[in-house]
Design a protein around this ligand. Structure first.
Ligand SMILES: [Zn+2]
Length: 479
């Protein structure tokens, strides 16, 4: 299958974006030597850890459009300047502002119990006094998709699916499907609310929030996540065979439109300043924790890498751009805004990657580059392999906030972090600085500094071009 995709990508590339035959992209011995030096420096540098420690201590949670949104941007602008980025600017990002004021849930019958619950981002609130209904259980989102309206109408839907922890994070897509798409579907079927088992792998009484999406103008119902132990309790009562009645009180909802911004810092290139290597993370976070692993760490990794490159005796040939994206959590809103603003420059975005999977060590590098650049990726691997990073596939790469640019034809790398524990803490009150190991964080900085520098110095490109198609996304790609 991989060979087939490669073949399709090669043919498409030749027919669309590279009609003339191209020289292979190459990295010079001098560039490789400096990348090794950057890698070794990064492993001893405290810039990234200081960044995420400062952000989570001095600002804290960064709900998009919330009280800390502007403060966080001002903090990052000041820090980017202090790190030596010669250009720092913002680009506006507008979206519907969602607010959380309060939430509670309790089982009323057959055995009264209070539940640890978190409203999902985008959920409407309940009417004052809350709502009450009988639970109807589904094992997963697919089971809800197969449900008939009569079994759901007037009830509170419960989705029981349990996330499985995995290094590659593959357990998240099936678990988040119920959260992202379950409430809209349940609303269509006539349910009065939806609760689900948190998309999390822990056993703390800390629910995992996250976005849910409704169609514009479509039916909406209140929706919330239960902590895993509370979901267990609910399921024991359901297994007893008596009807289970739930009381749900959510005080939340959307409040007009908010305009925030992507914050961008740049180390401007000495030879080709208009050609860009773009790295970054997202600045917003959910509100229960302090957004340390999601995604203060990602912005910190990119900032740490950019700082080391900016401190080199000679500026890189191309520009290295560090982007702190706005409102990723509601659906890549900042990334989409960036693509709208820069789509005409997609060919000048030579290569990019976003870090948005915590602070665990990178174990694999996959790519979305043209065939003629695969040799240069192999050269990069000479610098990255000593960090314990293995080579993944070439074809479609997950780009996070760069996905919209990737779909428009930008070449991407996907640096996969170890996500074994990521979903223990993701989107909970437990997303705090103590979950970050400074050495593991620096392994990430080393990889980003090395690849970004090498891409900036490369002779030749990685295939970015308007409309370039590298490979279709895999059918299993999740939200
Ligand atoms: Zn994230």
């Amino acid at each position: 299958m991989k060979d087939l995709l490669f073949c399709v990508a090669a043919v498409t590339c030749m027919s669309i974006s590279c009609a003339h035959s191209e020289e292979p992209t190459r990295l010079s011995a001098e560039a490789l030597a400096i990348a090794v030096q950057l890698r070794e420096q990064a492993l001893e540098d405290s810039t990234a850890y200081d960044f995420v420690a400062g952000l989570t201590t001095e600002i804290g949670p960064r709900l998009a459009g919330g009280d800390n949104d502007l403060r966080a941007r001002e903090w990052v602008i000041a820090r980017f300047k202090a790190l030596g980025f010669d250009r720092v600017w913002t680009e506006p990002v507008s979206y519907a502002k969602w607010v959380r004021r309060g939430e509670s849930a309790a089982i009323v019958a057959p055995y009264p119990a209070r539940l640890a619950v978190s409203a999902l981002g985008g959920s409407p609130g309940t009417a004052k006094g809350g709502l009450r209904g009988t639970i109807v259980k589904f094992d997963d989102f697919k089971a809800l998709q197969a449900a008939d309206a009569a079994s759901v109408k007037g009830k509170i839907v419960y989705i029981a699916y349990r996330l499985r922890a995995a290094r590659d994070g593959s357990g998240y897509a099936p678990a988040s499907a119920g959260r992202t798409n379950g409430p809209a579907l349940a609303a269509k079927l006539g349910a009065k609310a939806l609760v689900l088992r948190s998309a999390g792998s822990d056993s703390n009484r800390l629910p995992h929030t996250g976005v849910t999406e409704f169609e514009p103008g479509g039916a909406k119902i209140p929706a919330a996540a239960l902590s895993n132990p509370d979901a267990d309790l609910l399921e024991r009562m359901l297994a007893g065979g008596k009807p289970v009645t739930l009381q749900l009180d959510l005080d939340c909802g959307t409040e007009g439109t908010y305009t925030g911004a992507n914050v961008i810092g740049q180390v401007t290139g000495s030879e080709r300043p208009d050609e860009v290597i773009a790295i970054g993370g997202h600045l917003d976070s959910w509100d229960p924790g302090t957004g340390a692993i999601d995604d203060g760490a990602g912005v910190a990794i990119a900032a740490g890498a950019g700082h080391l490159i900016s401190a080199l005796a000679q500026k890189p040939r191309r520009s290295v751009r560090i982007i702190a994206f706005a409102n990723e959590e509601s659906g890549d809103i900042g990334g989409i805004a960036y693509a709208v603003a820069h789509k005409a420059d997609v060919g000048a975005h030579i290569l990019g990657a976003e870090s948005d999977f915590g602070a665990g060590r990178i174990w694999r590098l996959s790519s979305q580059v043209k065939p003629e650049a695969l040799g240069a990726i192999d050269q990069m691997m000479q610098v990255l392999a000593p960090l314990g990073i293995e080579r993944g596939h070439n074809g479609h790469a997950e780009g996070g906030d760069f996905d919209s640019m990737g779909s428009a034809g930008m070449a991407l790398l996907e640096l996969n972090q170890d996500g074994t524990h990521y979903f223990d803490w993701h989107h909970t009150a437990n997303d705090t600085l103590d979950k970050i190991d400074a050495k593991d964080l620096n392994q990430n900085v080393a990889a980003y500094a090395a690849f970004a520098y090498l891409a900036a110095q490369a002779d030749g490109t990685f295939g970015s071009a308007p409309g370039a198609v590298f490979a279709p996304p895999p059918a299993t790609a999740g939200q």
